[in-house]
Write a protein that binds this ligand. Structure first.
Ligand code: ASP
Length: 309
């Protein structure tokens, strides 16, 4: 049996240390633990990596603590526009949605695009039509409402500024969620979901739903889910870059992912982090911000739930 393992993240934009209370830290860690264990339980009972990453991301989407699903940030129009993607490293099948509203679990809609349509990426009204034709319930805006996110939007809504979650403080920005997993058969998968940036407009889309930028999985190399300044992660084609360094340069997962986050993305001034797993179940979770909400668990007995360095 292959070593099986899972890693999840709740964004590389942790609250700056001074703003984090012990009670809030416990809430974050509990939510991370629940989400991680949902996916791990599936792997433990012989389930697929794809099912595991979807289950973990759904759990994070259901928590208002993270900027995905419930608790997504506000756009300039006061709405919530969400993006998500999923990829199966065994088949290289992928599904993604962008600019969707009212969907409780965007990652499941991305999964349905992968499994039930001929396409990879559906956006806006078309994606919503696809959701409705597949029986998705459209939730009222109140379901997604979170007081903290609302205040963040109030603070900047009269300006042309936009903001990557949490606060204006550096490192308090990215609350995207994601999961990567390796199952008992050595198949890997990645999923990512986000509400994007506070006060975003013009149909802004970040890296999270873009296969190769914010999310990628390939059994030849690794599965990757990113969080950070989406514009830079798109330009750096970050998730695929980690895979390419492994495939074409023969680097290990750890060396490849550190190279991308601590060097290549910094060269274009991108900040954030990623979680990655290879087909041996080895996990890497580098970030160049003050912290990254993260958790992992492996059948070797190793496990972790951390926020700061
Ligand atoms: N990468 C996401 C985006 O740009 C933000 C985040 O990671 O929180 O939409």
């Amino acid at each position: 049996m292959n070593t099986f393992s899972i890693a999840i993240h709740g964004g590389a934009g942790t609250l700056v240390k001074g703003m984090m209370t012990t009670a809030l830290e416990m809430q974050y860690k509990k939510a991370l633990e629940i989400a991680r264990d949902k996916g791990y339980g599936i792997l433990e009972s012989g389930g697929t990596a794809v099912d595991a990453v979807e289950a973990s991301v759904k759990s994070l989407e259901d928590s208002p603590l993270f900027n995905a699903g419930k608790g997504s940030v506000f756009t300039a129009e006061g709405t919530h526009e969400m993006d998500a993607s999923i990829m199966d490293g065994k088949t290289l099948n992928a599904g993604a949605v962008s600019l969707i509203t009212g969907i409780k679990n965007p990652v499941s809609l991305a999964r349905d695009v992968m499994d039930k349509s001929y396409h990879v990426f559906l956006a806006g009204d078309g994606a919503m039509e696809f959701a409705k034709s597949n029986g998705y319930e459209i939730k009222n805006p109140e379901y997604f409402y979170d007081e903290v996110r609302y205040q963040q939007w109030q603070d900047i809504k009269e300006s042309d500024n936009f903001q990557l979650d949490h606060s204006v403080k550096k490192d308090g920005k990215f609350g995207t969620v994601g999961a990567v997993a390796c199952d008992q058969n050595g198949n890997i998968a990645a999923a990512t979901s986000t509400g994007g940036m506070t006060n975003k407009k013009w149909g802004r889309v970040g890296d999270s739903p873009m296969i190769g930028a914010g999310n990628y999985a390939n059994n030849k190399t690794c599965a990757v889910s990113c969080t950070g300044s989406g514009e830079f992660f798109i330009r750096g084609v970050v998730a695929y870059d980690v895979s390419c360094l492994m495939e074409h340069k023969g680097l290990s997962l750890e060396v490849a992912s550190q190279e991308v986050i601590q060097k290549r993305i910094l060269e274009i001034k991108g900040d954030g982090g990623l979680i990655a797993v290879d087909v041996k179940g080895i996990i890497s979770m580098p970030f160049n911000t003050e912290g990254m909400y993260r958790a992992s668990k492996s059948s070797t007995g190793e496990e972790d739930i951390s926020i700061y360095k």
